[in-house]
Design a protein around this ligand. Structure first.
Ligand SMILES: Nc1nc2c(ncn2[C@@H]2O[C@H](COP(=O)(O)OP(=O)(O)O)[C@@H](O)[C@H]2O)c(=O)[nH]1
Ligand SMILES: [Mg+2]
Ligand SMILES: [Zn+2]
Ligand SMILES: [Zn+2]
Length: 1556
């Protein structure tokens, strides 16, 4: 660094730029969104000045140069008259703006230099042509830095035609006029030049001059700087100063000090104007050494009053020496003012201009510069330039369309065709002769063919070279290469397209639609830009075989580019297609690069073509979206802006993703037919992706604007349906002036009216009658969401600078936008992976024109599934809570005091019912709260499932009702049981008394005779027979009659008494139920065969499922209860609604079916009742004690100590059943819990995962009959499946035994504790050791265990009959017996293999609970019978992930009777019709299926693979299904036969979003 001049280093360190020198400041670093983007504070230190300037420059704020000084506030303490303290040197705090600019150019890297120059020239500032680096004589020609500046102008010869020229200014041949000065010069050239150039415009400070803020400060490093600016005509004679473009340069510092610069300038200029007061000797030397002075040298002399004479003499001398004519000298004096003088000067220039013959453009200057010892900035990138040139050479003279076909073939016809086919596939418009699925298969084939073709293209030379250079070693090299490519391609396009474009303009005037379309096509085909190469590169990757070495690194590089702020194509608007894989991989690379932290805010701008959208984004964010008046690209580009560290947490985003759209409603193209569809897709897609949409409203072309608005309103509405939140701003361009806002009020109102109108139309189309106004769709505030932005230019282009008002309005808008986002925390922002998911889904939706977002969208599906899982858990918690309470209540009822009246028990039950109502209400509230809270969560994408919220709330209500009903029946049962038990016990007690008396009598009778055991037993037997001879049992009830009675009540309002007369239920339903024509409404016969067989199988399945229900109930040890019949009938009714709908069955069918089923029920229930009676029968009960009484008799007779036996009897007879009961009571819940937490838990976590598991197993089993059963008898299949599953799980590792043992431990512990407690009085003193205490002890035990077990009083009395022992030994024996029982039970449990038996006897059946959990509403698709997978039970719409070929649901074609192979999801998207009983056999379009099935949501299937499973099944078992269904086999498309089991499984996984 020692060679660096100190002045430069001093300044750089003062400005805080030292670290960036040289060329280390990058463009990227300025793109960050940080606190400074929100608040532009006043600069408070010199170090802030460069950043402040740059930021303002990037906002193209034309005032940016005048805020380069610290605000004067800093000196306010200084008294200007306080001479002692006058700040002697405050230059440390000041900086000359020229120095600042030079310093920044020295620090900026090549790309930032270009951008700075571009923005400066937009502000109409001069830009550096020769940049000194510290040492005046060392400087560099800034060709590269100026390369990017493109200007438009209208030379006078084009005035007529309104044509214009657009060119890279450095490549244009323009006469160059240089302005230099001698040492003695009192005139300001800069000021004079400004005056010359800004005539007709307001005073423009193109050049910085001494009267500008800071302009008078001493320059530290800017001496030797040469700036350049261009004068460009607008084509209007009275405004234009010159009729052709002219370039002006301005050398800072006198020519002696910057001789190299001067010599260079003189040689390249058409003329050089030297400003002077007088000529010094050395200056004379320099001037006299010049060539061609007569035509090229002009003197501008200021004659000063004081020393005029002498000075003029030196001028005279030099004029003579150079032989300059008088016309080459312009003289100013104090009599002429500056304005007048500037006119003089202007005239001189004009005169000279007329004589100019040869001109030079800047690109030709490097040779001269090098010759004169100046350096050129461009040589850094010679290699890349060469590479780009080589590619350009490849184009050569070829026609662009030909070149593209050859070198960029992947984006050609094939790619477009692919997009088109996909759309055809989605819309299913034409079907032809073959079936829809055949069509789809054919389309698939064609698609595959095209993909293969795309894959087979060999890498073209052009692309090979492009990719090689793109993969350059360093980032800088790649950037240079891309920039060179861009520059060259743009240049070429300008040349080649201008003709076409002019023709196009012409035809647009003529409104010749056909020609316009042709020209449009030609324009598209002929344009070739860097984006085409990038697109091709993406496509090469898109179609490549994964991990192909040569290109696998491309996403990484592209991600790097995105990271650096380059735009990347998101949607190819030419083909209307997306390279999904490419975009995905690139963005995922970026996601990786930022360590998975990629929260995105997506901001999109929409509006009519060429209304300044890109300009707006560029001004807002300092980015570089291509801007041009005549672009003909279409599509959407994305650009990532990083959010600075200081704002990340506040803003809650890591990136702002900008999407710029191109080609929307170009006014010229609007006349073309297909442009509407194209626009629609583009707009819907980008609106769907974005969080914030800016709609650029340019009222000049409101007609086009209206179309754009209509499309976007539609898109907003659809997004609202999906649940995506949205912010929308309207930007009104070209609205300036202070009164704009209030005047704009009418306009804004008008806009809102329009929006409302459009909303209504869109809402009608989307069948959303609830939406009436735009504000129903979006949060929209007429004040807050409308922004007025003045016109871009201040004056008449091309010489107009950017309007400061524009820049500030845009900055203000941006600030507000970011501020409001800061406040909004309602949802967790998505990251790149979710963004990509959205992208794919949206694109599909766009293609399908279907926005009822199906569950094929994984984000929605996941969000929904997550909620379902939680919901299931809450539901189970709810049920469990009530179950636990219920078992307690049942026990309490059973343990109620036997002495009180039935009335009291009834009161008890009623109070329990009342209590449980509260309890249930409590649980309901709790569950509702959980749901509410869930919907408040931010991390679960809940907004996407907002529209299901009501369903889940309804489900809670439904659940509450169901639980309420079940508990209250259960309690009624308990009461009945109690009454029954009591009755039985009463009888029992009576006879027990008799028996006991008899035993005692026998004992005293036999006392005196010595009898053997055998004799004693005989005596006892005799006595027993006598005593129990006349026990009357409980009366058997007329169960059949009860069932019949219920049935009658059920039919009460049907008036069917006649049919029910002479019916013997007992005899009904013994043989198979036969459906007949009489069961259907007569018209069904017209569509005969269509459903025949179907009704029979339907009836069969209803009967089977009801029989199942009956048997399940009958298996328990309970008694018959009328509610059983009621529940059964309700069940049948539910199935009947289905059969009414599907089969149009009649009353006859209902009666026959119910009678049939009730017949079965009557017999089963009767058996159940009998079993119950026999168990409760007093005689049987007493018989149970017989052995015991005998033992008692014998022991008493022999006066044996029977304490131990008595204790054992007590444990066996009283405690064992109670304990078993205890164990079983909670076992059901335990099993469910076990199933839900074990390795199988996932299967029951949600309905859809359950479906997945079950179908997966079916596939693996590969058993045809199982498929038939699963499809036809879904409910039973599921029940069996679950039951088997539980059985299997419970048998594994003795799980059931373990669970039972666990409960056993608990109850044994409780009983042991109870014995402990019971053997003491309340005061803790042991009971006395006497006989009487035993009763007290037993009573105590009762009390302690009343909540856990119930011991029958009769059992207890019988076992303790005539106990002779005292209390203590009894308790001791009892304890021992309990331990024995424990081991005995353990043994029993571990030996018992019959899980089924155990399960059947449980009061709470785990299989039923699990079934409830996964079965849901149990509805099946009206077409293909796929079961509904929606969460909860009471949802408005049923849905399923994948539908099946309809033939599997018995649908067949008329009249061929062939099974239908088409999927409902295909059909609902086609133009096909269907008819069935529901449509009264009228044909009805599938598309409008909701008319008949409003409760089904069948979305078109967007992934072909997802339905592979069922296609496979049909293809595999086609013939067998046909036979089974008595139909002909379906026309299975050939392609389906190629689906393998593995593929089917893969499809299944995709269908259910499972990654196993
Ligand atoms: N007169 C005028 N021209 C503008 C304004 N905004 C942009 N332009 C020019 O219009 C042309 C097209 O702008 P661009 O941003 O590419 O429009 P886009 O197609 O909507 O992205 C460019 O030449 C801009 O300089 C404006 O407010 N007023
Ligand atoms: Mg644009
Ligand atoms: Zn279906
Ligand atoms: Zn459902």
């Amino acid at each position: 660094m020692s060679t660096q001049p100190t002045a430069l280093l001093n300044l750089l360190s003062r400005l805080g730029l030292k670290d960036f020198y040289p060329n280390k400041l990058t463009l990227r670093s300025l793109l960050e969104i940080n606190k400074n983007s929100l608040h532009e504070k006043q600069v408070s230190s010199v170090q802030e000045i460069p950043w402040y300037f740059l930021r303002n420059l990037f906002k193209i704020n034309a005032e940016c140069r005048s805020c380069t000084q610290l605000s004067t506030d800093h000196y306010k303490d200084d008294d200007p008259f306080d001479l002692d303290h006058y700040p002697d040197d405050d230059s440390d705090n000041k900086v000359n703006p020229l120095d600042l600019i030079v310093a920044l150019f020295l620090c900026a890297d090549s790309f930032l230099q270009q951008e700075m120059a571009l923005k400066m020239s937009m502000c109409q500032f001069s830009v550096p042509l020769l940049l000194p680096y510290g040492n005046k004589s060392q400087c560099s020609l800034m060709l590269w830095a100026l390369r990017d500046i493109v200007k438009e102008w209208r030379p006078h010869d084009l005035s007529e035609s309104k044509g214009f020229v657009e060119d890279n200014i450095v490549q244009t041949h323009v006469p160059l006029y240089s302005f230099v000065r001698l040492k003695n010069c009192s005139l300001s050239k800069s000021q004079l030049l400004n005056l010359v150039l800004s005539r007709g415009q307001q005073n423009q400070n193109i050049f910085i001059h001494r009267d500008i803020e800071g302009g008078a400060l001493k320059r530290e490093i800017a001496d030797g700087l040469v700036e350049v600016c261009w004068y460009l005509p607008c084509g209007r004679e009275n405004l234009d100063i010159f009729s052709e473009p002219v370039a002006f340069t301005n050398l800072r510092e006198n020519i002696c000090e910057s001789l190299a610069q001067f010599n260079f300038l003189f040689q390249v200029s058409a003329a050089t104007f030297v400003f002077l007061d007088k000529v010094e000797e050395n200056e004379e030397k320099i001037l006299t050494s010049l060539q061609d002075v007569k035509s090229k040298l002009f003197l501008v002399v200021n004659r000063r009053d004081g020393s005029a004479r002498e000075d003029m003499k030196t001028v005279k001398t030099i004029m003579e020496k150079l032989a300059l004519p008088n016309s080459n000298v312009t003289i100013a004096d104090s009599k002429v003012n500056k304005a007048e003088f500037s006119k003089k000067l202007c005239a001189a220039i004009k005169t000279s201009l007329a004589q100019v013959t040869t001109t030079m453009n800047i690109t030709d200057m490097p040779a001269k510069a090098t010759e004169l010892g100046l350096s050129v900035d461009e040589c850094k990138s010679d290699e890349e330039k060469k590479a780009a040139e080589d590619i350009m050479k490849g184009i050569g003279m070829r026609r662009i369309p030909d070149y593209k076909k050859q070198q960029l073939p992947l984006q050609g016809e094939n790619w477009k065709r692919l997009a088109q086919i996909e759309k055809e596939e989605c819309r299913m418009k034409k079907s032809g002769d073959s079936g829809l699925e055949q069509c789809i298969a054919k389309i698939q084939e064609e698609k595959q063919g095209i993909k293969n073709k795309q894959r087979e293209y060999k890498l073209s030379k052009g692309m090979e070279s492009f990719i090689d250079n793109f993969s350059a070693k360093t980032k800088e090299k790649r950037d240079f290469f891309l920039k060179w490519m861009k520059l060259m391609l743009d240049k070429q396009s300008r040349n080649k397209l201008s003709v076409l474009r002019n023709k196009f303009k012409e035809e647009c005037k003529n409104k010749n639609v056909k020609l316009i379309a042709e020209l449009d096509k030609a324009l598209l085909e002929s344009s070739l830009g860097i984006e085409h190469y990038m697109r091709e590169m993406g496509l090469i990757y898109e179609f490549s075989v994964p991990s192909q070495d040569k290109i696998s690194h491309l996403p990484h590089l592209a991600a790097e580019m995105l990271w650096d702020g380059y735009p990347l194509e998101l949607l190819d608007g030419d083909a209307s297609n997306i390279s999904e894989r490419w975009v995905t991989d690139v963005l995922m690379e970026l996601h990786k690069k930022v360590g998975g932290k990629s929260r995105l805010l997506v901001l999109t701008v929409l509006g009519v073509q060429s209304t300044g959208k890109s300009t707006l984004l560029n001004t807002m964010f300092g980015v570089q979206f291509p801007v041009s008046s005549g672009r003909c690209t279409r599509g959407a580009f994305m650009l990532f802006l990083r959010v600075g560290q200081d704002l990340k947490s506040e803003l809650n985003y890591d990136f702002i993703l900008l999407i710029d759209t191109e080609g929307l409603k170009s006014p010229d193209l609007a006349q073309l037919e297909d442009s509407y569809e194209h626009d629609n897709q583009l707009a819907t897609f980008v609106v769907g992706l974005s969080d914030v949409t800016i709609i650029n409203v340019a009222m000049e072309n409101f007609a086009e604007m209206k179309d754009v608005l209509q499309i976007t309103v539609h898109a907003f509405l659809r997004m609202k349906q999906i649940g995506k939140k949205h912010i929308c701003h309207f930007v009104h361009q070209n609205v300036g002036g202070v009164s704009a806002h209030s005047k704009g009020m009418t306009e804004r109102k008008h806009l809102l009216d329009q929006l409302n109108e459009m909303t209504l139309i869109a809402a009608e189309m989307e069948k959303q009658p609830g939406i009436k106004a735009f504000t129903d769709v979006l949060d929209y505030d007429i004040e807050k969401n409308n922004w007025n932005i003045p016109g871009l230019w201040h004056g008449t282009p091309p010489m107009a600078p950017v309007n400061t008002g524009y820049s500030e309005a845009v900055a203000d808008f941006k600030k507000n936008l970011l501020e409001t986002l800061k406040g909004d925390r309602s949802t967790e922002p998505s990251q790149i992976p979710e963004f990509l998911e959205w992208m794919r889904s949206l694109w599909k939706a766009v293609k399908y024109e279907n926005f009822i977002f199906s569950f094929r969208n994984t984000l929605v599906a996941h969000a929904y599934d997550n909620l379902c899982k939680e919901f299931n858990q809450w539901e189970w918690d709810f049920r469990k809570e009530i179950f636990n309470w219920q078992t307690g209540a049942e026990l309490e009822i059973l343990n109620a005091d036997n002495e009180t009246q039935v009335e009291n028990w009834k009161k008890l039950v009623d109070s329990k019912k009342e209590k449980v109502k509260h309890k249930i209400k409590e649980q309901q509230t709790l569950m509702e709260k959980k749901l509410h809270d869930y919907y408040k969560r931010k991390d679960r994408n809940v907004n996407l499932i907002e529209r299901y919220k009501a369903d889940f709330f309804n489900s809670i209500t439904g659940l509450t009702k169901e639980v309420q009903h079940s508990v209250s029946t259960k309690l009624d049962h308990s009461l009945d049981l109690k009454i029954y038990t009591k009755k039985a016990e009463d009888i029992q007690r009576k006879y027990r008394g008799v028996i006991e008396k008899q035993v005692m009598k026998l004992l005293s009778d036999c006392k005196n005779s010595r009898l053997s055991d055998q004799q004693l037993t005989q005596e006892f037997e005799k006595m027993w027979s006598r005593a129990t001879a006349d026990i009357c049992g409980l009366k058997e009830e007329d169960i059949v009659g009860c069932v019949m009675e219920q049935l009658r009540k059920h039919f009460a309002n049907l008036n069917v008494n006649e049919e029910l007369q002479n019916i013997d239920l007992k005899e009904i339903g013994k043989s198979q139920f036969k459906t007949s024509r009489e069961h259907m409404e007569s018209m069904m016969q017209q569509i005969k065969q269509f459903f025949v067989g179907d009704l029979q199988s339907f009836a069969d399945s209803v009967i089977e499922s009801c029989t199942r229900f009956i048997r399940d109930k009958a298996k328990t040890n309970e008694d018959y209860h009328d509610s059983l019949t009621r529940d059964l009938l309700e069940r049948i009714d539910k199935s009947l609604t289905e059969s009414y709908r599907r089969h149009k069955t009649n009353k006859r069918f209902e009666i026959d079916l119910k009678l049939h089923i009730c017949g079965i029920a009557a017999r089963e229930f009767l058996k159940m009742h009998k079993r119950f009676l026999s168990e409760k029968n007093p005689q049987n009960q007493l018989e149970k004690y017989k052995a015991q009484y005998l033992s008692d008799f014998l022991d008493l007779y022999k006066q044996r100590d029977h304490c131990q036996r008595k204790a054992a009897d007590f444990v066996r007879v009283c405690l064992k059943p109670a304990m078993k009961n205890y164990i079983n009571r909670s076992l059901g819940i335990d099993i469910v819990e076990e199933m839900l937490t074990s390795s199988h838990s996932a299967e029951y976590s949600s309905r859809s995962f359950f479906q997945y598991s079950i179908q997966k197993e079916l596939l693996q089993k590969g058993d045809f009959q199982s498929f038939v059963k699963y499809i036809g008898n879904y409910e039973i299949y599921v029940k069996d499946w679950i039951f088997q599953h539980i059985e299997q799980k419970m048998s594994e590792e003795k799980t059931l035994c373990k669970l039972m043992n666990k409960n056993l431990q608990v109850i044994v512990k409780k009983i042991t504790e109870a014995t402990e407690q019971a053997s003491k009085r309340r005061d803790g003193v042991l009971l006395p050791d006497d006989k009487e205490s035993i009763t007290e002890f037993i009573n105590n035990m009762h009390k302690h265990l009343i909540k856990d077990i119930s011991i029958s009083v009769e059992d207890e009395k019988a076992t303790l009959f005539q106990i002779q022992s005292t209390c203590h030994p009894f308790v001791k024996s009892l304890k021992a017996s309990i331990q024995d029982l424990k081991s005995q039970l353990q043994e029993e449990f571990s030996k018992s293999e019959d899980v089924t038996e155990v399960l059947n006897k449980l009061p709470i059946k785990p299989q039923d609970e699990l079934f409830k959990r996964v079965f849901g509403c149990g509805k099946q698709c009206p077409f293909c019978k796929v079961p509904c997978e929606a969460g909860g039970k009471d949802h408005q719409q049923h849905h399923a992930a994948v539908h099946r070929p309809e033939g599997l649901g018995r649908f067949r074609n008329e009249p061929s009777n062939k099974l239908v192979e088409t999927l409902c999801t295909t059909l609902v998207n086609s133009d096909t019709m269907f008819r069935n009983a529901d449509t009264k056999s009228e044909w009805h379009p599938y598309k409008d299926y909701t008319k008949y099935y409003p409760d089904w949501q069948i979305s078109p299937d967007s992934t072909i693979e997802a339905s592979d499973y069922w296609k496979y099944v049909l293809a595999q078992y086609n013939e067998r299904f046909a036979k089974e269904y008595r139909a002909e086999p379906a026309n299975v498309p050939e392609a389906w036969r190629g689906i393998t089991k593995k593929k089917a499984l893969k499809g299944l996984k995709e269908a259910f979003n499972v990654n196993e």
